[in-house]
Design a binder for this molecule. Structure first.
Ligand code: ADP
Ligand code: ASP
Ligand code: MG
Length: 439
């Protein structure tokens, strides 16, 4: 068996956390390839090393003295090194980093040093080989990710290493210029390594005991999802359940490698297993709930719209011409509604309205802002009748006004639109009706 193990920032925030991680890795010989994030928050209100690096680089780019800021970052690593009694100096590394900051090597280079340095510390602590992600994770010159070259480079390099530490979050172009994934991207690195070495399992260690049915910041002590499919997870991750970077499922999904979300602080908990498909019945009708605030709806009405061929295309063309992507588009006989992100839309609102009038001559166009979308996701919904009805009645009981309800044709998800201010109440009400009543 070969396992790839990725540890998030809070799992590596200080020496005590590193010790827990060391124990987890040593417990199973299969845990051969380790992907560390940069040190995260040690306590509420603390700053992640990645954020410290961004700030420090901005100071450097502004031509101001960044010495103290870099010193504070260095101290984060030395706190760990001292706590672990490691015989490791990072002086030369920091001298190079300081010079590169002065030479304005770029924001992505700056941010990547959090993982790079933590990888060095981790390799020294475990006695594993250090493999610089810049050598094996490849980006194109436009900053997009080069999947094929990466797969080849990683496969070749790691076939020569019995054990290795590969820092998360970054890679490089062919000419060596460092590039990063978007925030939370170490999850992607773990997935890429798992694919390249044909791992049996990708363990993603974090600070919760698995994927929870709802965001713990909204629902108190939500239940843990035991098994979830990639498709369900994709829907939830996209709608804001950010436990795992939404792009991290694609590489492993192709090979059917399961991902196991685990808790570094409670290693005996089984966590959540993310799989391609399963015949395991979900515990509840729904697998999970997630949502986001900050949407606008544009409602277009025109009598006999249904008979006008090309109506929908012409409307969507207006959005496309303004560079706005749409999120949902429920429709009735003489109405169609387009949901967009408020922050993308606001500046272009009047151009869009004028464009719609010109394109399709509607009877009226109405807009509403400050809306939230909630996704209720579950493979169990396909075989259960009345799910939408139960959602409606739960929301009515909680005095939440439902603006929109839209069931995807896969029957895997139902999207509900509510006002921003009702968002938390709605999530709690849906959670209660499906989970607390045990059906
Ligand atoms: P890491 O630093 O280990 O990558 P993240 O902060 O990226 O960890 O992700 C874990 C966090 O995601 C949890 O601490 C929790 O606050 C948040 N979260 C949001 N939605 C969910 C959910 N549905 N299930 C579990 N955690 C969630
Ligand atoms: N350290 C990076 C971030 O804070 C990447 C990660 O943690 O996955 O976004
Ligand atoms: Mg994360």
């Amino acid at each position: 068996m070969k396992k790839v193990v990725k540890f998030g920032g809070s799992s590596l925030a200080n020496a005590e956390q590193f010790r827990k991680v060391g124990e987890i890795i040593r417990e199973e010989e299969d845990r051969r390839y380790v992907i560390p994030s940069a040190p995260g928050k040690r306590f509420e209100g603390d700053t992640k090393v990645t954020d410290m690096l961004y700030t420090c680089y901005r100071t450097a780019a502004a031509g101001e003295d960044f010495g103290n800021q870099l010193k504070a970052i260095k101290e984060r690593y030395y706190e760990i090194i001292r706590g672990l009694n490691l015989d490791l100096s990072l002086e030369e590394e920091f001298a190079v980093i300081e010079k590169n900051f002065r030479d304005l090597a770029g924001e992505e280079y700056a941010a990547s040093r959090g993982e790079y340095l933590n990888g060095k510390v981790m390799a020294a602590y475990l006695g594993y080989e250090f493999v610089d992600a810049a050598e094996v994770i490849r980006f194109h010159a436009d900053g997009s990710f080069d999947a094929d070259t990466t797969d080849r480079l990683l496969g070749e390099r790691l076939s020569k290493a019995e054990n290795a530490v590969v820092p998360g979050f970054y890679g490089a172009e062919e000419n060596g210029k460092v590039r990063t994934f978007s925030r939370g991207g170490s999850d992607i690195t773990g997935s890429l390594v798992a694919k390249a070495i044909f791992a049996d399992m990708y363990e993603n260690w974090t600070d919760v005991s698995g994927f929870l049915v709802a965001d713990p910041r909204i629902v108190k002590n939500p239940e843990i999802i035991e098994t979830i499919t990639y498709r369900e997870l994709r829907e939830l991750a996209y709608m804001g359940a950010t436990v795992l970077h939404e792009e991290s499922i694609f590489p492993v999904r192709k090979l059917g490698i399961p991902i196991n979300i685990r808790n570094t602080n409670c290693p005996s908990d089984k966590g959540t297993l993310i799989v391609e498909s399963t015949c395991r019945k979900p515990r509840y009708t729904i697998t999970g709930i997630a949502g986001k605030k900050g949407f606008c709806s544009i409602n277009i009405e025109k009598s006999l719209m249904n008979g006008e061929i090309g109506f929908g295309r012409k409307v969507l063309q207006v959005f496309e011409d303004q560079g706005i992507s749409f999120e949902h588009m429920p429709s009735g006989i003489d109405t169609m509604t387009v949901y967009v992100h408020q922050d993308e839309f606001e500046d272009k609102e009047q151009q869009v309205i004028a464009g719609i009038h010109k394109a399709v001559e509607p009877d009226c166009v109405e807009m509403e802002s400050d809306l939230a979308l909630i996704a209720v996701v579950g493979r169990g919904m396909r075989s259960t009748r009345g799910t939408a009805g139960r959602i409606f009645s739960a929301l009515a009981h909680a005095s939440v006004n439902v603006k929109m309800i839209d069931q995807g044709s896969s029957e895997l998800n139902i999207i509900i639109g509510v006002e921003n201010r009702d968002f938390e109440t709605a999530v709690k009400a849906i959670y209660d009706i499906f989970v607390m009543t045990q059906m």
